[in-house]
Design a protein around this ligand. Structure first.
Ligand code: NAI
Length: 339
């Protein structure tokens, strides 16, 4: 550390699977070039995480995040229909990262049907059908439990309204299916309505999830902050990403009282992994959220300005957003644009 320089902040780095190592390497390179004061502590996530409470505490990834309080994570593979439970879900649960925060904002230079999309997706991150409580009742019949609690619903509602108040967002819309799931989604809504009363300056609305999808693809500008249970939040996030040009662009954060884990919305993108063409923008934007979280907002500003510049010029974009640049070339252009 040279005189006058802030001390380095330890951050757990999980490169992840598929395109994960490609986009994390690009992001670390950008942050280091931008002068972020970070001491990276790299960890490999193993499926054993969170299977039992004792395993979670012992797991080196959990231990590292509990120590650093902040992590930056690439996507992790979850096998379909068989194999280990999702490590992502286990991490969120073990660290009680109850709020999943996903700003969906249009960048210049990316052609999409809508000119201005600026949504905040707030997803409850710890329960719902993601509780993973499934069992075979009899061969041919499976039961999957949807868990909704007053505590988690109230907590995520408080998070969404606090955010809206702090950042002067005008409206919070709760997304639900309480016409069918009268008890579970009904409880979710009841909790949000109760919290909404404490924020009279914020317009509060409700929309049924299927209609929400329709409205989003027709008139996304009518929404501001969307507040959803875990599964609806997962699905609507991908839809939101589609509105602004794809999964390569949308950042995210998993936030709790003790720790925060920043990651892109996208998965491991097995169809393009290893080809050097993944778009690292989503993770770079996630890292900018992280820099604000650890008090390095000026570095975040410079990174976001550089990204904005490269997208405005549209000369070094990756194939997912209509360009021909590799991950490497795009990253070099963003680093070049840092001022
Ligand atoms: P996916 O997000 O990996 O891919 C969906 C589509 O988006 C693919 O066409 C892919 O090429 C494209 N895409 C995603 N990220 C991109 C990027 N950075 N640049 C350019 N194009 C990109 O979703 P999929 O295929 O459903 O899931 C694959 C694996 O990822 C599964 O094992 C899933 O469980 C896991 N996953 C992990 C997540 C996490 O770790 N947070 C989140 C979502 C999925």
């Amino acid at each position: 550390m040279t005189a006058g320089q802030a001390p380095k902040v330890p951050v757990t780095l999980i490169p992840g699977d598929g395109v994960g190592p490609e986009v994390t390497a690009a992001t670390v390179r950008l942050l280091d070039s931008a002068g972020a004061q970070i001491e990276w502590r790299e960890q490999k996530a193993q499926p054993v995480v969170g299977r039992r409470k004792e395993d979670s505490q012992a797991d080196p990834v959990i231990r590292s995040i509990l120590e650093t309080r902040v992590g930056l994570k690439g996507p992790l593979t979850t096998p379909i229909g068989m194999g280990h439970q999702s490590i992502n879900v286990a991490l969120r649960r073990a660290l009680d990262l109850y709020a999943n925060f996903r700003p969906v904002k249009k960048l210049p230079g990316v052609r999409t049907p809508f000119d201005a999309v600026d949504l905040i997706i707030v997803r409850e991150n710890t329960e719902d059908l993601y509780a993973g409580l499934e069992h075979i009742v009899v061969p041919g019949v499976v039961e999957s439990l949807k868990i909704i609690t007053e505590r988690a619903s109230t907590r995520i509602a408080r998070f969404a309204f606090d955010y809206a108040r702090r950042f002067r967002r005008k409206k919070v819309t709760a997304v639900h299916k309480a016409n069918i799931m009268k008890l579970s989604d009904g409880l979710f809504l009841e909790c949000i309505r109760s919290v909404a009363k404490d924020y009279p300056e914020i317009d509060y609305q409700e929309v049924i999830v299927d209609n929400c999808c329709l409205q989003l693809v027709m008139r996304p500008g009518q929404f501001d902050v969307l507040l959803l249970e875990n599964l609806y939040g997962d699905i609507v996030s991908d839809l939101g990403a589609g509105l602004v040009g794809g999964l390569g662009l949308v950042p995210g954060a998993n936030l709790g009282e003790q720790c925060a884990l920043f990651e892109a919305v996208h998965g491991t993108a097995p169809d393009i992994a290893g080809r050097g063409v993944a778009n690292p923008t989503a993770l770079m934007r996630s890292a900018a959220l992280m820099l604000r979280h650890i008090g390095q907002a000026s570095v975040a500003d410079r990174i976001e300005a550089a990204l904005y510049h490269v997208y405005s010029e549209a000369r070094h974009l990756t194939p997912d957003v209509g360009g021909t640049a590799s991950t490497e070339e795009f990253t070099a252009a963003v680093i070049e644009a840092l001022c």
